[in-house]
Ligand binder design. Structure first.
Ligand SMILES: *[C@@H]1O[C@H](CO)[C@@H](O)[C@H](O)[C@H]1NC(C)=O
Ligand SMILES: *[C@@H]1O[C@H](CO)[C@@H](O)[C@H](O)[C@H]1NC(C)=O
Ligand SMILES: *[C@@H]1O[C@H](CO)[C@@H](O)[C@H](O)[C@H]1NC(C)=O
Ligand SMILES: *[C@@H]1O[C@H](CO)[C@@H](O)[C@H](O)[C@H]1NC(C)=O
Ligand SMILES: *[C@@H]1O[C@H](CO)[C@@H](O)[C@H](O)[C@H]1NC(C)=O
Ligand SMILES: *[C@@H]1O[C@H](CO)[C@@H](O)[C@H](O)[C@H]1NC(C)=O
Ligand SMILES: *[C@@H]1O[C@H](CO)[C@@H](O)[C@H](O)[C@H]1NC(C)=O
Ligand SMILES: *[C@@H]1O[C@H](CO)[C@@H](O)[C@H](O)[C@H]1NC(C)=O
Ligand SMILES: *[C@@H]1O[C@H](CO)[C@@H](O)[C@H](O)[C@H]1NC(C)=O
Ligand SMILES: *[C@@H]1O[C@H](CO)[C@@H](O)[C@H](O)[C@H]1NC(C)=O
Length: 573
């Protein structure tokens, strides 16, 4: 990530000057060590089934790994402000992928004005690094250190490592940092994977539009191997590259091959404005990535999913989650002034590659991770709704969050008209605001989302309508056989995520109503005879309510309060 200079200056000015007692970290007096920051997760815009930080500003997911049944999520964190700056690595853990427990901040700036930018983490089971004499669960974080000077100007960005003997709860900086030195002010966001008997890093030379590949036997000595340069959309810079192996599945879900994918987040300059993530499918041989075709593909059809990372240590289908925001307005959204926090992560998503006919070809399937752990009461099911509609008043659902599925089968596309539609609309009876979405079954078969009927946030960059075309679930060519459509959606107060066509298209949409949305309506019209519509609506259980104390405060994992901190020395608070 890169934040505007003006923000950095204001935060630096506010940060104070007292260095803590640690040898190798700079601790701003306003930031607690060894204990998580407390959070108030009750605000009407605060998402209930998504991760968001206890307080302050969050951006890119970092260091994601899965070990011994626990997902670890670190994130770019400004604990002292509501905009980017003063970057630390916040930390949260989850056993089910949804219920996140706040942990103490994992990485503090090693020096004043040297910030811990984005990066990744690996489990060094074979002690290749030599940090872990007696264990097979050592964790090494690999990240960018970004130096700034007193006048706010940028110094070099270098790649550094830190290691953890306790499965990622506390880290120590390696005393041989940087592991990749540089004079560039725009060199960041290393993501490391295991390939054969080597470690492989992809890292961005952001403003040269290069994703460089480095290899290492031990996570300390890195050798440049190749450059993947000027691919796809450039925008104004490349950030947060990932290299990930994915199974290729056929229509029936069987694994028929495997390929590698490079994702590149670019910002600013996305087609819809601001930030977006693109990807390339191809082969990787340990040093070089070669694309399968010349296409540029995007991971999301809306505007609020950036810098996604794939968990290290997940077998089979990879799992990713992204930062659910956009730099065009991340620092302005109303959750800041109203509720003291800004930005949530997307839900976790399961990925594989497949070919989607009739026209789309290769795509990443980005399907919601099994939501069973958060599913509440079933509020409504309709198995053959026809041209009808159902309405569910969910004002009594405490989380104000829902999971919804809708399937349409047996629809003869040749007989569909421009009026053949299925809509999912959420409204606030109190304010009259609505969030609309739906399928058009005629023509190009778009799916749309419209957040333009909400009034809680006015910003010229907060584009309000999104759509994607050709949203068939299966590969039946139109006119030949009845096609089918499906969608899964989660609405979570200020977030809407839709997975269309079995995850062949995903849309992540922030929304800011002035009053909570509490009624959902699903309606179809002009469906050709034979079309069957099934719909199910469930309440979701808040993942935060159960963690709150009597005052409504989520304290997180406070059992660590007296243990070590990032510097390896107890610092107290
Ligand atoms: C938590 O936030 C809610 C809504 O923003 C507010 O009404 C409440 O007073 C806050 N609770 C505490 C303990 O600050
Ligand atoms: C660890 O070493 C074993 C035995 O040499 C090897 O099979 C395995 O792939 C290694 N794993 C990693 C992650 O390096
Ligand atoms: C781990 O690496 C260190 C440093 O090379 C070494 O002293 C130690 O014996 C190694 N332990 C194992 C189990 O390989
Ligand atoms: C990194 O590069 C800078 C600039 O060339 C240099 O001053 C510094 O000594 C280098 N650091 C190391 C550890 O090599
Ligand atoms: C790889 O890209 C970096 C950053 O632009 C550049 O400095 C380096 O010369 C490139 N290497 C080659 C061999 O092109
Ligand atoms: C990987 O691909 C590059 C470029 O095609 C090639 O130069 C290199 O020899 C290949 N390496 C291996 C191990 O096949
Ligand atoms: C769905 O919404 C679109 C756009 O507002 C509208 O044209 C269409 O008639 C709606 N369909 C249904 C079934 O309400
Ligand atoms: C929807 O209504 C149209 C006429 O308005 C009718 O022809 C069609 O059979 C109905 N579709 C379904 C699925 O009931
Ligand atoms: C939609 O279709 C999927 C896949 O066949 C199925 O698992 C799910 O239960 C269906 N949902 C509804 C509401 O019919
Ligand atoms: C709390 O943190 C400690 C490490 O300090 C860790 O061992 C423990 O598993 C954590 N507990 C939870 C519930 O995350």
């Amino acid at each position: 990530m890169l934040f505007p200079r003006s923000l950095l200056l204001s935060v630096a000015a506010l940060a104070g000057v007292t260095a803590a007692q640690g040898v190798s970290t700079y601790v701003n007096p306003a930031v607690p060590t060894g204990t998580p920051l407390p959070g108030n997760y009750t605000g009407p815009l605060r998402s209930q089934v998504h991760y968001s930080p206890p307080t302050g500003f969050m951006n890119d997911p970092n260091g994601m790994f899965y070990l011994n049944g626990v997902f670890h999520l670190y994130y770019q964190y400004n604990p002292t402000g509501l905009g980017a700056g003063n970057q630390h690595w916040g930390h949260a853990t989850s056993k089910d992928g949804y219920t996140w427990e706040n942990q103490p901040i994992a990485l503090f700036p090693p020096e004043e004005r040297v910030y811990v930018f984005s990066g990744s983490a690996v489990v060094d089971v074979n002690n290749t690094s030599g940090f872990f004499p007696d264990q097979d669960n050592g964790v090494v974080a690999v990240f960018t250190l970004a130096r700034y000077y007193e006048d706010g100007s940028s110094g070099p960005q270098t790649q550094a490592i830190a290691y953890s003997h306790d499965e990622g709860y506390t880290f120590q900086y390696y005393d041989g940092n940087p592991v990749i030195n540089s004079t560039s002010t725009q060199f960041r966001d290393p993501k490391v994977i295991r390939y054969g008997d080597q470690w492989v890093m992809v890292v961005a030379y952001s403003q040269e539009f290069v994703v460089a590949v480095y290899t290492s036997p031990d996570l300390k000595q890195w050798t440049w191997a190749s450059n993947f340069t000027d691919h796809g959309l450039l925008g104004a810079q490349y950030e947060c590259p990932n290299l990930v192996k994915m199974p290729v599945r056929d229509r029936d879900g069987a694994v028929v091959d495997e390929k590698y994918v490079i994702t590149i987040s670019l910002q600013p300059g996305a087609p819809l404005g601001g930030s977006v993530t693109q990807y390339f499918i191809g082969d990787f041989n340990g040093t070089h990535f070669t694309t399968l075709d010349a296409a540029t593909r995007l991971t999301d059809f809306a505007k609020d999913n950036y810098a996604a990372q794939f968990f290290y240590g997940v077998e089979g289908n990879p799992i990713n989650l992204g930062w659910a925001s956009n730099w065009q307005y991340a620092g302005q959204v109303p959750t800041g002034n109203n509720e003291g926090w800004r930005s949530a992560m997307t839900l976790p998503r399961v990925n594989y590659l497949t070919k989607t006919a009739p026209r789309i070809g290769w795509t990443i399937v980005d399907e919601i991770y099994d939501p069973k752990p958060i599913m509440g009461e079933s509020l409504k099911t309709a198995t053959d709704m026809g041209n009808g509609s159902i309405t569910v008043d969910y004002a009594d659902v405490e989380s104000n969050a829902l999971y919804i599925e809708a399937n349409v089968t047996g629809l003869d596309v040749a007989k569909a008209t421009t009026f053949s539609t299925l809509n999912l609309t959420f409204t606030s009876p109190a304010s009259g605001e609505s969030l609309r979405s739906g399928f058009y079954f005629g023509g190009d078969n778009p799916f749309f989302v419209d957040r333009g009927q909400l009034r809680g946030f006015d910003n010229v960059f907060f584009t309000d309508k999104f759509s994607v075309a050709d949203v068939y679930y299966d590969s039946n060519a139109p006119g030949q056989k009845p096609a089918s459509w499906s969608m899964k959606a989660v609405i979570d107060r200020s977030m809407y995520e839709v997975f269309v066509g079995g995850g062949r298209h995903a849309g992540t949409v922030l929304l800011y109503p002035t009053q909570p949305l509490t009624v959902v309506n699903v309606a179809a019209r002009d469906l050709p005879a034979g079309a069957r519509v099934s719909v199910a609506v469930w309440a979701l259980e808040s993942t935060w309510a159960g963690q709150a104390d009597e005052q409504g405060t989520v304290l997180g994992n406070v059992t660590t309060a007296t243990t070590t901190t990032t510097s390896g020395k107890a610092m107290g608070s």
